[in-house]
Design a binder for this molecule. Structure first.
Ligand code: 9MR
Length: 367
């Protein structure tokens, strides 16, 4: 009898005593969209416990910042290196995260041998197509059923709507995109397939990407989403132009993902350089003004604009299925070294000590 009373008392009291779990980005956003982050090797190998706990607390999706790019996966023809990518996928599976593969076909970070023969001469269309097919088939098949979605083609179209004159385009023509999506689909019919690009709020690029999506769909080639990288600035792009692109991609019949979100706080060397890593400028002190910290006023401008973007994403949460930031803490960001090396930027949601910025509380408070 005494035992029954104790059990009954405990079951009545326990729920009331149980402390409420603190809310995190991933907990509040779970019914809206996935919230993701890019991981570097330090994070994939869990060398920093603080970064690791932030990732697991706040994020529901991951993407590898570099280790799945073709120059790392296939440094020599037919010789694949999968150690880091395997570790990345294991990490995601272990923690039940939505795993993105980035990226299968890109003009950049492609190994030197990819576009040339043994004499250094550009390869033929047939050879290049067979190299792309082999790369995609090998990589996607290895992670079949494990990677949830792939950036199949990255950055093929320019801001004015013309096609990037990369070796992919010059040697094969526009159809390299069709082939890449067909081969990725054959290798894993369940993984989602994405076209991913930066400066997607620009009208020329927006229209051409819509055309591309329609072209793929008209030809029964599967594409599931368009990735808007969102390397944004304090003065570019306008929220309204960004919104037009979300709406245009959704109207073309695909989901939208915000795939590489960061917002630089630094003055720009030149208006609108996009995210093309081949662009760089010389270091100048006045272009690196916040080495010792950001003045409060500037910080609040950053926070308020970041929140404006978040409001937009929440407004379109029926269309947007994932928002991924390009890195965890400010020190991890590529923007510290691009387009000018050696600067101190503050573009992400966590500071250099992986402490949450005020923006996170505001996002949590909104939902
Ligand atoms: O953040 C990545 C950086 O560490 C690499 O040096 C760079 C080289 O290509 O790529 C960066 O990530 C890019 C991404 O893969 C594609 N979109 C633009 C990103 C920023 O350049």
């Amino acid at each position: 009898m005494k035992q029954i009373i104790i059990i009954l008392t405990a079951s009545i009291l326990l729920p009331a005593c149980k402390s409420k779990q603190p809310e995190t980005l991933k907990s509040v956003l779970q019914d809206k969209f996935l919230i993701g982050t890019a991981l570097n090797l330090e994070q994939i190998y869990q060398r920093d416990t603080l970064a690791n706990s932030v990732i697991l607390e706040h994020f529901s999706s991951i993407v590898p910042e570099n280790c799945m790019k073709s120059m790392f996966l296939q440094p020599k023809e037919g010789e694949f290196f999968f150690d880091d990518a395997d570790k990345y996928v294991e990490y995601g599976e272990k923690h039940n995260l939505w795993i993105v593969g980035h990226c299968l076909v890109w003009h950049s970070q492609t190994p030197d041998w990819f576009f040339v023969d043994s004499t250094g001469k550009e390869v033929t269309r047939q050879v290049l197509l067979s190299r792309i097919k082999n790369h995609i088939t090998t990589v996607v098949s290895r992670y079949k059923g494990r990677v949830n979605g792939w950036d199949v083609v990255n950055e093929a179209i320019l801001e004015d709507g013309s096609w990037r004159q990369s070796p992919l385009y010059r040697i094969i023509g526009e159809s390299f995109i069709d082939s890449a999506f067909v081969w990725a689909n054959r290798a894993d019919t369940n993984a989602e397939l994405y076209y991913n690009d930066y400066n997607m709020a620009d009208c020329g690029k927006r229209n051409e990407v819509v055309k591309l999506v329609k072209h793929l769909k008209d030809n029964n080639i599967r594409i599931d989403a368009v990735g808007m990288q969102a390397h944004v600035h304090l003065d570019y792009p306008s929220i309204s132009e960004f919104e037009k692109s979300i709406e245009a991609f959704a109207a073309a019949g695909v989901k939208v993902m915000i795939t590489e979100l960061d917002m630089s706080i630094l003055p720009r060397a030149k208006y609108n350089v996009g995210a093309d890593i081949s662009t760089d400028f010389e270091y100048q002190k006045e272009l690196n003004p916040y080495v010792d910290g950001v003045p409060a006023e500037k910080d609040s401008i950053w926070t308020s604009r970041f929140l404006d973007f978040f409001d937009l994403f929440l407004k379109h949460s029926n269309t947007i299925t994932r928002v991924t930031t390009w890195g965890v803490g400010d020190a991890d960001s590529w923007l510290n070294n691009w387009p000018i090396p050696g600067r101190t930027d503050y573009p992400l949601l966590f500071d250099r000590n992986y402490m949450p910025k005020p923006c996170i509380d505001s996002i949590i408070g909104k939902i």
